[in-house]
Ligand binder design. Structure first.
Ligand code: GTR
Length: 316
């Protein structure tokens, strides 16, 4: 009995809180590895009091579901695309508009500025504390039917999109038919012909194996939409202000690492899929940009949205 009591005391003295963090991507993907790196930073900076366990490969659920679970405090942390937040957090609309960022550089500069901090802060009224943005490259269309060389070639294709109205509208504006669907269902939907194609970045296209069933990839790069790393407000509120500071800073510090991992993964994923038969089509982006006018008209209606858009554009 005595030995047992001693053991318990000892273990609670060195107690470690392990946050459960969700990611839809497999082990080794840049976002998964960045959160593991963040866990190491936390352990180091809190003398082992805090750590993170990453549940990769969608083990805790699809993005829409894990967002809800984090809002309720069932999951501590989530790493999800900004896309699924569009209908809930209006501040995510402008940075999710097609072709809103001129380049990855422009996206990074914007999100590293106070504009980025304001967008992160907007999650708090939805019971989430957004900690950082991670890179997700540019999203492009791919399909199983034919090479898409122009906007006209997209006509009538059934394309899976993230469950976000912006994504639906942008695909429909190009003459294709948008089908919102959770990420984990896309592979079999492509395989069985329920959809003709989808859109994503190189590492997702490769690691999800969509490249095996949809070989025509068109480099139209319609969206440079970042990832969000957030912690449940319920979990956050249990931390002391000092620990909150440590978590926030460590999350910011993990961004550099994620960007390095991202840049490497983009290259290796593209090389891998090209080697295994993906046909890449380079296109003139201007007609794609022109086709987005109705999407801009719809989402930039209010003075607030226009002002945020102007601030994003003003970042040099
Ligand atoms: C990826 C993103 C995921 C997920 C996925 C999708 O690029 O990293 O978080 O949103 O796209 O298309 O559902």
């Amino acid at each position: 009995m005595l030995a047992f009591a001693v053991a318990v005391t000892f273990s609670s003295a060195s107690a470690q809180t392990v946050f459960r963090s969700s990611d839809t991507h497999p082990d080794g993907y840049p976002t998964v590895e960045a959160v593991k790196y963040l866990s190491d930073l936390l352990k180091e900076r809190t003398n082992g009091r805090y750590a993170i366990e990453v549940f990769h490969s969608g083990q805790l659920g699809e993005e829409k579901d894990v967002i809800e679970q984090a809002q309720f405090g069932v999951i501590d942390m989530i790493r999800v695309s900004m896309g699924p937040f569009n209908n809930m957090v209006p501040e995510t609309i402008v940075p999710s508009l097609p072709y809103v960022f001129r380049s990855t550089e422009h996206m990074r500069k914007t999100l590293d500025s106070e504009v980025g901090d304001e967008i992160l802060a907007a999650f708090e009224k939805h019971n989430l504390v957004a900690l950082a943005f991670y890179d997700s490259g540019a999203r492009s269309f791919y399909n199983a039917k034919h090479p898409v060389k122009s906007v006209a070639d997209l006509k009538g294709l059934k394309l899976r999109v993230i469950q976000s109205d912006i994504f639906v509208d942008l695909v429909n504006a190009l003459g294709a038919n948008a089908t919102p669907m959770p990420y984990g269902e896309v592979y079999s939907a492509l395989q069985t012909g329920v959809i003709d194609g989808a859109e994503n970045n190189w590492p997702s296209y490769e690691s999800s194996k969509h490249s095996e069933v949809a070989k025509y990839f068109t480099l139209d790069q319609h969206l440079i939409v970042p990832e969000i790393l957030a912690i449940s407000k319920a979990t956050w509120d249990k931390l002391t202000p000092e620990d909150q500071k440590i978590v926030r800073q460590a999350a910011k510090d993990s961004v550099k690492k994620q960007r390095e991992l991202w840049e490497a993964a983009e290259k290796t994923s593209r090389a891998k899929v090209e080697e295994s038969g993906t046909q890449v089509v380079e296109v003139d982006k201007q007609p794609f940009i022109d086709a987005m006018k109705p999407v801009y008209d719809k989402y930039l209606k209010t003075p607030e949205m226009k002002a945020l858009y102007d601030r994003v554009q003003a970042v040099q």
